[in-house]
Design a binder for this molecule. Sequence first.
Ligand code: AHM
Ligand code: MG
Length: 345
Amino acid sequence: MKINPYQPDQSGVAYSVGTTLDRFIKFKQSDFPFASGELSQLLRDIALAAKIVNRETNRAGLANIGGAFGQTNVQGEEQQKLDVIANIRFMRALSKGGEVCAIVSEEEDAVIDLKNKSGKYVVAIDPLDGSSNIDVNISIGTIFSIYRRKTPLGSPIQMEDIMQPGSEQVAAGYVLYGSSTMLVYTTGFGVNGFTYETSLGEFFLSHPQIKAPKSGKIYSINEGLEMDWQEGIKNYIDECKAKRYAARYIGSLVADFHRNLLKGGIYLYPATKNNPNGKLRLLYEANALAFIAEQAGAKATDGKSRILDIVPDSLHQRTPLFIGSEEMVDQAIKHIEKSKISATV
Ligand code: AHM
Ligand code: MG
């Protein structure tokens, strides 16, 4: 069905531009037969925390809250003050609503068991991604995945509730704190984007039913690491250059992904010498964006498997990530496979 963004769908308002996020979530609840409204409430909780983090990021320079906090997180990286603040805000929002039983966060070394017997959902979150960009006023983002717990309600949380492949996500999204703030999410029925209107304090539907272009002319990769790339990646990037594609790399995954999703492009973070398994985290970064990509008709792989099929074996597991327009990802994979074959003959 072709959706005219300016016309309401049968439900009355769901796809009309200008619909508030709250109203949209309420209308879309009917996508889930027998839904009790908990997932809807959880999405609202996340949106509220996003508004608070948005306020903090806007004040970052003014309030002297940017910059390093003097601690390192579990990945050995320096935490920024805003990472800490965003983590606290999201933890609070997720633990107060009553829908969540456990949280895993890029900023926490262990699972946070909320001991909430009635919480159906597990959330994996990167509260503030691209945090090295905070101090220099460049876009940053929040990334989240929501899973239904596997073990029965009321029983203690088990690792099987947490270590689910991305294909089990019931919802995923990101918040982009950019030139405007956007929340983009999916519950498996397409992808919709909402823009924050600061004076009203509301997210409004601005990008209904996002569809990624099948191909594009943008490639995003940290070219400073070229000497570490495997042959196939080098060949693919050479091809992008030969075709005069544009190199665009912000160094904030959400921002690079969002641009490529709308305009057509590919983001690549391959294995490197320092990060032999890639840099990005499967649970907090790759899974959510892979779910969104697929829902928008794009693609995500680690070079061997579909990201959503990878069964995690550790919380902070890293993965190579090739994500974006379908034909571009396919072409990158072709180069990777070709170089592997020629290496064996
Ligand atoms: P972070 O979670 O510590 O913020 O790191 C993730 C970020 C991504 O947003 C970005 O795409 C990538 O790291 C950039 O890495 P690099 O500086 O190695 O190119
Ligand atoms: Mg991150």
